[in-house]
Design a protein around this ligand. Structure first.
Ligand code: PNS
Length: 166
């Protein structure tokens, strides 16, 4: 059975992530969407919240599961005995960091293979950070995050900047 891991911060999961999840879930028998720790990011949502939201938006995909771990990706891969990593690539700006991570993971564990899926052109511009910025300033994020999590994401982003309705 071919299993792949799709790792990321997912703070929060967006339509861009969901597109990669759907496409990867057709390629692999099983896909583990892993909420991992990125020390260079200060996340708004807890790992449990992010994992639970991924579970909610992938409810119709039986071969997709959400997980979270504070381990290195290579150690998580070893724990799950899954050595294929799927990542989405948007613009050239993603490339340098993604390339560095792929090579570093390979160096740490030679069994790891990283595969890149090109983003759907519709989501080329989309990132969790832009969603957080728009949502925290009171903007409409319904074009960016899936309906099942829209209310919760909107509320938390507004609460964080004191914009929640009383
Ligand atoms: O969505 P992101 O923030 O770009 O995803 C980055 C992530 C979480 C996949 C990366 O930071 C990661 O793999 N974190 C786990 C810790 C780890 O293995 N770090 C070394 C990466 S070479």
């Amino acid at each position: 059975m071919a299993t792949a891991i799709y790792p990321g911060s997912f703070d929060p999961v967006t339509f861009g992530h969901l597109d990669i999840i759907r496409r990867a879930s057709k390629i692999f028998d099983r896909l583990i969407v892993a909420v991992l720790f990125n020390p260079s990011k200060r996340c708004t949502f807890t790992p449990q919240e992010r994992m639970e939201m991924i579970g909610r938006v992938t409810g119709d995909l039986p071969n997709v599961e959400a997980a979270t771990s504070e381990k290195l990706l290579v150690d998580f891969a070893e724990e799950r005995q899954s050595f294929v990593i799927v990542k989405g690539l948007r613009a050239v700006s993603d490339f340098e960091h993604e390339f560095q991570m792929a090579l570093t993971n390979k160096k740490m564990n030679g069994r790891i293979e990283t595969l890149f899926l090109t983003t759907n052109y519709r989501y080329l511009y989309l990132s969790s950070s832009i969603v957080r910025e728009i949502g925290s300033l009171g903007g409409d994020i319904s074009d960016f995050v899936p309906a099942p999590i829209l209310e919760d994401v909107t509320r938390k982003l507004r609460e964080n900047t004191g914009r929640a309705e009383k």
